[in-house]
Design a protein around this ligand. Sequence first.
Ligand code: PMP
Ligand code: GLN
Length: 393
Amino acid sequence: MKTTNPVYTGLPTTIFEVMSRLANEHGAINLGQGFPDVDGPEDVKRFAAEEIVGAPNQYPPMMGVTELRKAVAASNARFYGLEVDWQTEILVTSGATEALSDCFNALLEPGDEVVVLEPLYDCYLPLIRRAGAIPKLVRLTPPEWKLPGEALAAAFGPKTKAILLNNPMNPAGKVFTREELQVVADLVLRHDALAICDEVYEHILFDGRKHVPLMTLDGMRERTLRIGSAGKTFSLTGWKVGYVTAPKTLLDPITKAHQFTTFTTPPGLQRAVAYGLGKDDGYYRSLAGDLQAKRDRFGGGLARLGFGVAPCAGTYFITADVGPLGLEAKDDVELCRLITVEAGVTAVPVSAFYEGDAPGTFIRFCFSKRDAVLDGALDRLARWVDRRGRAGA
Ligand code: PMP
Ligand code: GLN
């Protein structure tokens, strides 16, 4: 038999799916895979339902329906002062994942290097490698997740085609400061590279922070691609509606990759997302405000139980160090299994977001859940920590 492609052959099932299955098997509260347990706005869902029943469901325009491309362009202007041409600089995709895949396939050539920051979202490396390019990894470590300037500079070289920047960053909950963004922009400009920005959590920032797209920094407009996801902005992760904003010269080849990957995305969902993006400031404020309260509720609870809780400035993930609890376990994967089976709460090991060994014993919890669910998880963890403490005493 001929061999199958080595990038995907032997690749494990994603950690999110693995942990969700384990949670189901053990009846655990699933704070592993990142998804809200309450769907997004009722009016957005109704809008979609009416579109699906009342309007044609045939192939929409390949780049996306007019309403959504206009709405994404309007959001760029409204939130970030970015003027973009909706006809040539916006592409609608089936989720941010497709957008990432299209960008890599269209922009990378075999042998190109892509600077990628760890911890990283799990689809990045296989997609980059399948496009024939070579990831150059730069490690951020908990709990500060500071950008290591020297290591970052060292990762750039003559073969660097692009940097991939996830801001706000999953799983770190990190929001890059303007100074850090400037460091990235300076390197990109110095090496005449591109910046592929995964900004799916652009509307989930806390404590008064405002999202700053790398694209808005001086000189970056013509070399940056910005990716968003309705799944995150409207708590509708199953819809898989994403969008890319990019200068026309870069978007043109990306559109060709999209043309032969999915070609289009369901038109009714696209129109509903267009409607949603037009929501007033109150919607966006409460999306971030409600999640900030959940961060405090759950993070505070974890800290009281003795977990070392890392700061979380954005996204709906919080990472916690289990080290201080003094548990015996081989690694964070084993710990997550243990907590699922013994405590009945599921998290995701942070090592899943690193290519090599994880720095420490951190695990990631998703707090985009009803308060009662978060409280229930904290109760279970409290009982478990107590049982463990007594067993060890
Ligand atoms: N990037 C990051 C950092 C994510 O957390 C996610 C969430 N799944 C995605 C991309 C993919 O988004 P989508 O579901 O729109 O494909
Ligand atoms: N982005 C989600 C997370 O980080 C998971 C998406 C998925 O399961 N593919 O948990």
